[in-house]
Structures are given as C-alpha cells and as structure tokens.
Design a protein around this ligand. Sequence first.
Ligand SMILES: [Fe+2]
Ligand SMILES: [Fe+2]
Length: 419
Amino acid sequence: MENQQKLIHTFGALAEIGSEIAQKQNFQQMMRTSLHLLLGSLAIMRGGIARFSRFGHELNMIVVRGLGDEFPLSMNLCDEDERQFLTNGSFPIEVAQAKVLPFFQIYDQSFDKKKIELLVPLVVRDEIVGVILLGEKANGAGYSAYDKEIVGAMARHIGVGIAQRNLLAELERRAAENRQLYDNLRMTYQDTVKAFAAAIDCKDKYTEGHSVRVGKYSEIIARELGWGENETEGAAVAGYLHDVGKLTVERNIINSPMRINAKESAELNKHPAVGYEILMPIHHPFADVPLAAKYHHERLDGRGYPDGLIDREIPYIAKIVNLADSFDAMTTDRPYKRRRPANEVVEDLQRNAGRQFSPELVTAFFKGMLKELTGETKEKRFRRLLGRDYMEAEGIVPMLKNALNGLDGTSSLTLISLD
Ligand SMILES: [Fe+2]
Ligand SMILES: [Fe+2]
C-alpha cells in the first residue's frame, strides 16, 4: 500500500517535471522547479543541477538547494571524466564507488562535506549537457534500486530541458549571425550600386552627379507613394543605375558641348537597351531594376523610346525613374542650356502629367516638395540637391498647391487649401 502511494507520488512528480520542461518559460525557473520536484519526491535533503559547457569543459551550477556558500559553483571535467560520463549515460553513479575518476578525487572534500551520494550525468543524444548532484535522503537510508530508477527517469527529462535550451541558444546565435551576414551583404550591394553610379556620372562631365540625384528623387517619389523600406530602396537603386548603359556610349557623344546630330543621337539612344543587358544577369534584391534602365525614356503617350510603349505597358518603376530623370534634366545646367526656374519646371511637370508622366507620380513628387517647403518635414532633400534659393523662389508653394488640386490622383476629398 505504502509502495503504491509512493509510486503514484513519484509518477506525479515525473509528469510535473515533464510538463514543466515542455513549457518554454524561464529556463532558470524551470530548473528550480525541476530540482524541487526531484528532491521532494524522494525526500532528498539537498542537491543541485549543473550545466555542462563544452567550451570550458566545466560544469556550472544553475540551481542549488542546501549546498551552502562553500560548495564550488564551477567544476572542471577532464577527458577521462567526460568519456566515463558519456558511457554511463543518464544513470545515477554512487559517489562512494566512483572515486577512481579524477573528477571525484578533485572534488572529494566538497562532496564529502555535503554528503553528496549520487551524481547523475545528463546525456542527451550522445552529448553531456550537465549533471545532477544529490545529497542524502531525509530518513538516512541509502538509495534503493527503485529510487535510482526514479532519479534516472527524472534526470532524463531535465537533461532534455537543458538540451532544448542549448539548441535554442544555438539557433538564436546563428540567426544573429545570419542577420549580420545579410546586413553586411546588403551594405556591400548598396556600396557597389553607389560606386557604379559614381562611375556612370564620371563619364558625363556636364551632368555631374546625375545618377546619384535621380536615385535620390526616385527614392523621394517611392517614399511619398507610401512604399515600404525595401521597395523604396529598390526605387533608389533603379535610379542610381538607370543610365548604366551610357558606359558603352562614346565619351565625345555624351560630352558634346552642342546638340548632337541624328547619328550620335541614335547611338546615345541605345543606352536603355544596353543598360538592360548589363543589369539583367545581376541578381538584384529588387527584380525590376533592369526594367527601369530599359524603359526610363518611355512616355505615357507612346512617344518615348526604345519601344514606344504606352501607359499601361510601361513598368511602374520605369515611370518613377523617368520622372526623376526628367526633373533632374530640367533643373541642372546643360552645355547648351541653363537650368529652368522652379516655377517653369513645376508647370512643365503639371502640363505633361498624363502625356509623359504618370499623374499620380507627379502628385507624389509635388507633395514631397510641398512638405519640405511648408516645413511639414524637417528633411531638406530638395533644398540640398537644388540649392535653397532655387527651391524657395517666390510663388512656388501656391503653385504646387494649385497643381495638386488640378491633378488626377488627388481626389476632391483631399483638396489642399490655398491660403
Ligand atoms: Fe537615360
Ligand atoms: Fe538619365
């Protein structure tokens, strides 16, 4: 009868340890509860659970009960100890009979003082994950074979708990490592893109910094469209690389101080297709970068090149880059013409919305400009690229507001007040 009671009690404790370990709560708490249940189920006076560190070849106590301050919190294992523990598996070892092992010789005094009777190696999938140390039983009797079986069963549960924790820590470490690798890779990609843009811009002495600015304007448009971080970065990359095909166009055509003739113009007009060929084999994180290069000179009305596509046939990214590209062409000095004043540029974009440019993109661009000019945003993206005086010219703000009210893509519900 008494044995049956004991059996029910210990199985209850075992089940509790199992469920304790299945719940992925605080590891320390889990170990504390497990030790408490183990000691309680057999009325053991004191004990502790240690975790094995493969790197330091040491056992570090994670929870102790009744072992006092002097008991070592960290203990070393030598190769021989590790080999023996592994062969033994998760079965209780009688400390009194294991004195031949270096481990028991080194820590003999500490074990003796606290009357440590059993040591259970915790072995999971052929690896030591820790040990359990157990003092004497409250009734002074030695551990029976039956007791040892119970201790062994509970120890296996506890071992699995520690192994799980190790696995989780390893996974977290690898995830962090992967994140780091990914971030590095991404930075390398961004740097490469910028280096390419600088190389493209180098070739064209009259439009210095053109690719970089188109990248920045494309980014502004994407951001105003409410695109996410990745998509916005993709738009910037498309802008940075849109003229990459110019690398194969002869320098004197690009740098011609006069308007170029038809033949030269035909040569120059190959740059979108060449850009596409250059960018296509590269594995971009943003799939439509090559398309932006190929179609950045197309117009909504079909009068662009190379393919004369119309509105719905033009990739969205190419429409963005086209607007950014045209804006930069109008707002920078060329050898044969000076840049146009801001009010003319705004007028041009407004007039050509629906013909060359997508009206919703012009809307987004104007909104970005307006936000900066009215102080709604502290960023100085336009002012930095175009100069403060240029952007703050008289009458630009009401012009932009007017234009926004007239453009498609701005519903009557979002009418902007003109005060
Ligand atoms: Fe171009
Ligand atoms: Fe361009």
